[in-house]
Design a protein around this ligand. Structure first.
Ligand code: AHG
Ligand code: MN
Ligand code: MN
Length: 334
């Protein structure tokens, strides 16, 4: 009788009982992320208009009083996370240090959130997809005290939920709570996310490799050899692969999740530890990748096993289809 797709709200409530300790708080936390992502969607759509006006010579509309969109996305998520009193602290790629929420309503809050509020923001001005990445942990320190650094410096395998929003031709929210990966598309006229991609699985093989080859000369020899392998001709293994690199990690990851592929941002002479951030970018995407049957590694270790030492730590990152990442590792670790 009911053929309409499930909404994200319905899905969250339906799956609340998956958790032994479910008290509805994680559901409320996911709801605040859902709300923030709708607001960011609206702002991003407006930002296009603002840019057009600015280019027409109306300088005042932009100027210093207007926040950059990545700061704005940061504020929108911070407010939504703070309002419900479920979260005791947030760390963000946009902030030097973590923020502690310590009003009365946060006194029993169990969760911390780490986020990249606007990923790929250099793509905003040219109307190319950007995203938000989020990662959720239970705090380690006792509730009732201010959140501490150790609550944020947990290995990725401790994540209780993670996901991303991609603001593309449509807005999609994709997340996991450790029981598979599900994707929801924003139906703009209703303003509801609807389950469009249930139980997402990353194909074990693929034909897409995603890397900034402008850095080729700076990469370690193993990485160069693997790129050469991707470009070699061999009909049996579908090579040469197709090179696809948007420069928005979320969008590159999302495409490879759907179609099969590998994304990598290795270390290079300019970036001895790579560019991507372990806590805000790599851990959440690694959690999603593994939940969808893929692999994420820094070239030597499983990303989710790394013990973070600082908030803005960078790591080399190889993520994607299982067989492709394994093949890449056979070159990289040689
Ligand atoms: P952010 O916009 O959050 O700073 O992230 C940008 C990241 C990531 O989205 C992308 O994959 C990568 O930077 C692109 O870097 P290069 O331009 O060096 O390839
Ligand atoms: Mn980013
Ligand atoms: Mn960012």
């Amino acid at each position: 009788m009911n053929n309409r797709p499930q909404t994200l709200g319905e899905f969250i409530i339906d799956h609340q009982r998956d958790f032994d300790y479910a008290s509805g708080e994680l559901s409320q936390l996911l709801s605040s992320i859902r709300l923030a992502s709708k607001i960011v969607t609206r702002e991003i759509r407006k930002a296009g208009l603002t840019d057009i006006l600015g280019a027409s010579g109306i300088e005042n509309v932009q100027g210093e009083t207007q926040m950059k969109l990545d700061d704005e996305a940061n504020d929108i998520f911070l407010k939504a996370l703070k309002n419900r009193g479920i979260v005791c602290g947030v760390a963000s790629e946009e902030l030097d240090d973590f923020i502690v929420f310590d009003e009365e309503k946060h006194s029993d809050s169990k969760y911390v959130v780490l986020m990249d509020p606007l990923d790929g923001s250099s793509n905003i001005d040219v109307n190319v997809s950007v995203g938000t990445i989020f990662s959720i942990y239970r705090r380690i320190t006792p509730a009732g005290q201010p959140a501490k650094l150790e609550d944020f410096l947990q290995p990725g395998k401790n994540q209780v939920a993670a996901g991303y929003v991609v603001y593309g031709s449509s807005t999609m929210l994709v997340y996991t709570t450790g029981k598979g990966v599900n994707g929801f598309t924003l139906e703009p006229s209703l303003g509801t996310f609807q389950l469009s991609h249930p139980n997402m699985q990353m194909p074990a093989d693929g034909k897409i490799y995603s890397v900034n080859t402008g850095n080729y000369l700076k990469f370690p020899q193993g990485v160069k050899d693997y790129i050469d392998y991707c470009q070699d001709v061999d009909a049996e293994t579908n090579r040469p692969y197709t090179g696809r690199y948007i420069g928005s990690l979320v969008s590159d990851f999302h495409r490879n999740l759907l179609k099969g592929g590998i994304y990598f941002y290795p270390q290079g002479t300019n970036a001895p530890k790579g560019k991507l951030r372990l806590l805000y970018e790599c851990n959440p995407l690694a959690f999603l990748a593994e939940q969808a049957g893929g692999i994420a590694t820094d070239g030597k270790h499983r990303i989710l096993d790394l013990e973070p030492t600082e908030l803005h730590q960078r790591v080399p990152f190889f993520v994607g289809s299982k067989n492709m990442v394994e093949k890449a590792m056979s070159y990289v670790t040689e």
